[in-house]
Design a protein around this ligand. Structure first.
Ligand code: TMP
Ligand code: ASP
Length: 237
């Protein structure tokens, strides 16, 4: 496997071509942004944590029947993944009220739902990732009906599995955002990352925030929070 030119740089990751047209290398950065890039900073060590945590979770999800883009971890920050076309939908699942849900509906954070919710945003930074429903997604031809159904099915599967993985390490999975991609042969797979950048993770006993809200809300201790999740998930490595 040979690493070639950079083909994309996002807010938290870079993507490199390889000598295999079906594979790319993602490289995780320590850069952190919030509020559609308005707030910028770094969380030291985040890139390595998010890389290793995402890979650990994707391997376990794959074993349980959720297809993912994961191929092979190369180093602390770099991973080989299948080259996909990202479906421009941010898929958000919530188990407990927080963040934009609490704000939009005027409720407190921390209400445990009887059933998880799902919502979609149109992945478009210029528009500020507007919320949309599946009819809007179809009208905009962001995905087909079948693809959206499959994405919903996988997203709820991920929620059930991830809630269990987090419970094992004393963490409540509040909410999270997933992205899916389409491989060259048209298969829908889980892509992007699953990390404290993209999940709200609360300690089950103290309700301490162990995720990017520490950065978004200037709570301090973001580095320590990411390290704590990593330590619980993977042991003292
Ligand atoms: P929200 O409450 O701000 O809508 O966020 C819901 C979840 O999605 C939360 O776990 C953080 C995650 N998220 C992202 O991963 N990327 C984003 O751009 C946003 C806005 C949220
Ligand atoms: N990563 C997103 C952004 O920059 C938002 C977030 O995670 O809060 O802007």
């Amino acid at each position: 496997m040979e690493k070639r030119e950079q083909i994309y740089e996002g807010k938290a990751k870079k993507v490199f071509a390889t000598d295999d047209p079906e594979l790319v290398i993602v490289s995780y950065k320590d850069d952190a942004t919030a509020f559609n890039g308005l707030k910028k900073g770094t969380i030291a060590g985040k890139g390595a944590i998010n890389n290793r945590m995402t890979n650990n979770l994707m391997r376990r999800l794959e074993e349980k029947g959720v297809p993912t883009h994961y191929v092979e971890e190369l180093s602390d920050r770099e991973t080989v993944v299948k080259k996909v076309t990202i479906v421009p939908l941010e898929v958000i699942i919530r188990n407990i009220s927080a963040g934009s849900f609490a704000k939009r509906y005027g409720v407190e954070e921390g209400i445990v739902f009887d059933e998880p919710t799902i919502e979609f945003s149109y992945k478009n930074d210029d528009l500020g990732d507007p919320l949309l429903n599946t009819y809007h997604a179809l009208a905009l031809k962001l995905a087909t009906k079948d693809e959206i159904e499959l994405i919903k099915k996988y997203a709820f599967m991920v929620n059930d599995l991830l809630k269990g993985f987090m419970k094992e390490i004393g963490i409540d999975l509040v909410d999270f955002k997933l992205e899916f991609g389409k491989t060259s042969d048209g298969k829908i797979v889980l892509a992007d990352e699953i990390s404290p950048d993209t999940c709200r993770l609360w300690d089950e006993k103290t309700h301490e925030k162990l995720d990017k809200d520490r950065f978004r809300r200037d709570l301090g201790g973001a580095e320590e929070a990411y390290e704590e999740v990593m330590r619980r998930l993977m042991g003292d490595k």
